[in-house]
Design a protein around this ligand. Structure first.
Ligand SMILES: [Zn+2]
Length: 311
């Protein structure tokens, strides 16, 4: 009995002594260029505004994560968004002619102004929500995620459907060591489905793939990725990637199954988004279970550190 307690105590001590997440303050060896202001393209009006990085991040939080989420999830999102922005500026500059970033969720990151947020929220809760957004950004000021001293490409998504994806399956590039498949940690499944008549589906596929032979009877998922997403899908004479099928049919995720019926086909999906990096819903659930933002970040990005750059 005593031995058992001693073993448990030793295990807890080891867990305490070996943190899986390191926060390094004022790390100067990181090759991270300080950014005070960014030029932001507002796509609706084509206007380019100059805004401080930290104010920009508050707008990204409004656009990318519900303010009702837990503060630790919002802090994780703030660090992720800061890292994503600086990575883009450092490694992929020039993707806009006169701006550093745009407010298009499908191109850079969503951004909503403070005024937009205040107008959208109920008067009774707007102060509390905005204070939370500000706190998430201010409390993590200058903090970024690094892997071996360099900024990571901090992908994130809404809901992994239970398991995040290894980036290599999505973008076909070399394995990125910090974007591995890990538990999604969401508290529920995000399920959705889309049904197409066979004729409708054939038409959609033919429009995109001119050499498609317009057969559907052999439609099947040929293999799955490490997180059980559709990797290759056979449709008639075509073999498509699950990601191509998702884009073509506007599915929530590549984690889907195909249900054939007499004259229609249903694709049932789980999760929302590409599944790589941090799951926002999982982050919120981890925060509800007591995890802080560093633990959330170090769960979704394997082997990373949280560093503070000199800004
Ligand atoms: Zn953009």
């Amino acid at each position: 009995m005593r031995k058992g307690i001693a073993v448990i105590f030793c295990f807890m001590l080891i867990c305490f002594l070996i943190p899986n997440c390191f926060v390094r303050k004022h790390s100067t060896e990181n090759k991270i260029e300080a950014v005070d202001k960014i030029k932001l393209l507002l796509t609706e009006t084509s206007e380019v505004i100059e805004i401080s990085l930290e104010d920009y991040l508050k707008g990204v939080l409004v656009g990318e994560m519900p303010a009702t989420y837990e503060i630790e999830a919002l802090k994780a999102q703030a660090v992720v968004a800061r890292t994503y922005t600086l990575h883009k500026l450092q490694y992929a500059p020039g993707s806009h002619e006169n701006a550093d970033m745009c407010d298009n969720v499908n191109h850079c990151q969503a951004y909503k102004s403070k005024q937009y947020a205040l107008d959208a929220w109920d008067d009774a809760e707007e102060k509390e929500k905005w204070d939370k957004i500000e706190k998430a950004v201010n409390d993590t000021k200058g903090e970024v995620i690094t892997y071996q001293g360099e900024l990571i490409n901090a992908f994130f998504h809404a809901h992994s459907g239970g398991q995040t994806e290894d980036a290599a399956y999505i973008w076909g590039q070399e394995k990125i060591p910090y974007l591995k498949s890990v538990a999604g940690n969401e508290s529920y499944l995000f399920e959705d489905s889309k049904t197409f008549s066979k004729e409708e589906l054939k038409k959609i596929i033919k429009e995109k793939y001119a050499d498609y032979n317009e057969e559907l009877d052999n439609i099947a998922i040929l293999d799955h990725t490490i997180s059980e997403r559709a990797y290759h899908v056979r449709i008639g004479n075509l073999t498509l990637l699950g990601t191509d099928v998702r884009t073509l049919l506007g599915l929530r995720s590549t984690k889907f199954e195909i249900v054939m019926e007499e004259d229609k086909i249903t694709l049932k999906t789980t999760g929302y988004g590409h599944g790589v990096g941090m799951s926002q819903e999982g982050a919120n659930n981890m925060a509800l279970s007591g995890s802080n933002y560093q633990e959330i970040i170090c769960h979704y990005y394997t082997g990373v550190e949280i560093s503070t750059y000199n800004h």
